[in-house]
Ligand binder design. Structure first.
Ligand SMILES: [Zn+2]
Length: 64
């Protein structure tokens, strides 16, 4: 199974299909944080990720 299929299976995220219905083709995967930051800054985008939300407690088993 390709990683693209894994993303589709686990997150329902189709990285091979555009919102317009066309096909997308990945030409590179950039993993180095310093390179990602450089590209985002060049595009005028904030390189810092949004703040994380606080962890929430979930009662999975119910308390009765
Ligand atoms: Zn498109």
């Amino acid at each position: 199974m390709t990683w693209a299929r894994l993303l589709k299976h686990v997150f329902d995220l189709d990285v091979e299909r555009c919102d317009c219905g066309g096909n997308l083709k990945l030409i590179a995967v950039i993993e180095q944080p310093e390179v990602i930051e450089k590209i985002l800054k060049h595009m005028g985008l904030d390189p810092q990720p949004p703040p994380r939300d606080k962890a929430r407690r979930m009662d999975l088993f119910g308390a009765d």
